[in-house]
Ligand binder design. Structure first.
Ligand SMILES: Cc1cc2nc3c(=O)[nH]c(=O)nc-3n(C[C@H](O)[C@H](O)[C@H](O)COP(=O)(O)O)c2cc1C
Length: 180
């Protein structure tokens, strides 16, 4: 038996989205936003997508700087991740409030990485298109790095407990590998 899923919850069938922390910055302002809506898009060039509501402060900063960074939190950073998804950089300095450490990126001009995160994609703004109440933003990945103990060509999921958002206030984490 199948139940009908209301359309405003339909995205949850495909999005048990891996939670990322996107950093953005321009001049003296640096910010962190929690995002569950993200995906890879292209190998050549390497592109990834995020879906950002236009009213987010992060959107203003990305538009001004033309760049952003994706930082991958593990379950140890759950509280910091949650804070960054519930407060706007318009009102608070999220680096200061969470004690997360801003670390200079390899290729980006303005945007710092989050030192405590397990992996990073440095992205140049490649394309944007308004889509409903969000903006689809593609980033060209110009540098990528990951913690050696947690990533070896792919995530070692049992060690790097990545965070996934199921909807509302419910999350899960990666557990055992399934090897086909
Ligand atoms: C688990 C989680 C996932 C989220 N995913 C998204 C997302 O994919 N896109 C989006 O625009 N906002 C998303 N948000 C909401 C933003 O993180 C939130 O509005 C944040 O306070 C905006 O920060 P800013 O104004 O400093 O940019 C998410 C929040 C949480 C807690």
């Amino acid at each position: 038996m199948k139940i009908e899923v209301p359309l405003d919850k339909a995205n949850r069938l495909i999005n048990s989205g891996q939670v990322i922390l996107v950093t953005s910055a321009y001049e003296k302002k640096a910010n962190i936003i929690t995002l569950a809506w993200n995906m890879p898009i292209s190998h050549k060039p390497p592109l990834m997508a995020i879906s950002l509501a236009k009213k987010r402060f992060s959107y203003d900063l990305i538009k001004k700087s033309g760049e952003f960074a994706v930082n991958i939190p593990t379950a140890e950073l759950f509280d910091e991740m949650y804070y960054c998804g519930r407060n706007s950089g318009r009102d608070v300095d999220k680096f200061k409030e969470t004690d997360l450490t801003a670390q200079k990126a390899n290729k980006l001009k303005y945007t710092p990485l989050i030192k405590e995160c397990a992996g990073h994609l440095e992205c140049r703004l490649y394309f944007e298109k308004e889509a409903g109440d969000h903006v689809l933003i593609l980033g060209e990945i110009i540098h990528a790095s990951a913690e050696k103990d947690l990533f070896d060509v792919k995530w070692k999921v049992e060690k790097a407990r990545l965070i996934y958002h199921l909807g509302d206030n419910v999350f899960t984490t990666s557990d055992k590998e399934i090897i086909a």
